[in-house]
Design a protein around this ligand. Structure first.
Ligand SMILES: [Mn+2]
Length: 292
């Protein structure tokens, strides 16, 4: 919805990364990007909360990457290459998963361009394992690998409610983790992150399975869809240099509600980030999410 046709003029570029290689419990995330696009056509152009139209932001949809099935490293290299190109052109990459491992090659690229990079990670799972099922590259290890690139002290995790004892110890000793909660943690952390380059990695399973059942590894006890949307408004005051929305799995998405939520979150994120690029938009009255 509302994506322009001109790559050159776009400030943001959407890329579908339908990787579904290391998904351990139940597959299907490769169908995520197209389901999010389809649901986007149901949305209004206008965001009441932000007082702005998404069509006022110039963004381009580059379509989906094609991966050689079974060749994981080659697939990850392709993602990194595309991220390099988008960042090299001075644009914000927005990746739609696909499984969470896509975040690793994206961060490899973003960290090259922004050495002071901070990653905000919303997820039911810590994804901090040293290895999983005997391998180091997995959707369950992705944030551990990311922390090796940016340093664990630059990784901020929210909404986590599933982890091993070792993952919790690692997070407590080295990073920042807001267990269960999202909004309270963001309230605490975002003032400190202002001005720094920020990447958002959003695993849709941070939301409770009641609101987002279409995921590979459902974890009860999550936030509701309203709280996820409110979380995204924190991006408004931050210098967002890239983001992803991962793990939407249409195979288990009753009524398409997970893809619908992802599409709406994406609309709000695009407007928030676009506003930062062109000198903040005028916020509607009674909006408590921004003081700009
Ligand atoms: Mn997860």
């Amino acid at each position: 919805m509302a994506a322009g046709s001109d790559y050159q003029r776009a400030s943001m570029v959407i890329v579908g990364a339908p990787l579904d290689s290391t998904t351990s419990f139940r597959g299907g995330t490769r169908l995520g990007p197209r389901a999010i696009r389809e649901m986007s056509y149901n949305l209004e152009d206008y965001s009441i909360e932000l007082g702005s139209e998404i069509s006022s932001v110039s963004f381009f949809d580059a379509g989906d990457l094609v991966f050689p099935l079974g060749y994981l490293e080659e697939s990850l290299d392709r993602i990194e290459h595309v991220a390099d190109r988008i960042l090299g052109d001075g644009k914000i990459p927005i990746f739609l998963g696909g499984e969470h491992l896509i975040t690793l090659p994206i961060i490899r690229s973003v960290a090259k361009h922004y050495p002071e990079l901070v990653v905000i990670h919303l997820d039911a799972h810590a994804d901090l394992r040293e290895e999983y099922l005997g391998v180091r590259l997995s959707h369950a290890t992705v944030m551990r690998r990311v922390s090796e690139i940016i340093s664990p002290s630059n990784l901020f995790q929210f909404g986590v409610r599933s982890a091993t004892r070792d993952e919790i110890i690692f997070a407590r000793d080295n990073g920042y983790m807001s267990v269960d909660e999202v909004l309270g943690g963001l309230e605490e952390v975002t003032p400190v992150l202002k001005g720094r380059p920020v990447y958002l990695s959003l695993d849709i399973d941070v939301v409770d399975p009641a609101f987002a059942p279409g995921v590979g590894t459902p974890e009860p006890g999550g936030i509701d869809s309203r709280e996820l949307l409110q979380s995204v408004y924190y991006l408004y005051d931050l210098n967002v240099v890239g983001l992803d929305i991962v793990e939407v799995n249409p195979t288990y998405d009753l009524s398409g509600r997970t893809a619908a939520l992802a599409a709406k979150v994406l609309r709000e994120a695009i407007i928030c980030c676009g506003a930062g690029r062109r000198g903040k938009i005028k916020i509607v009255e009674n909006n408590k999410h921004s003081n700009s």
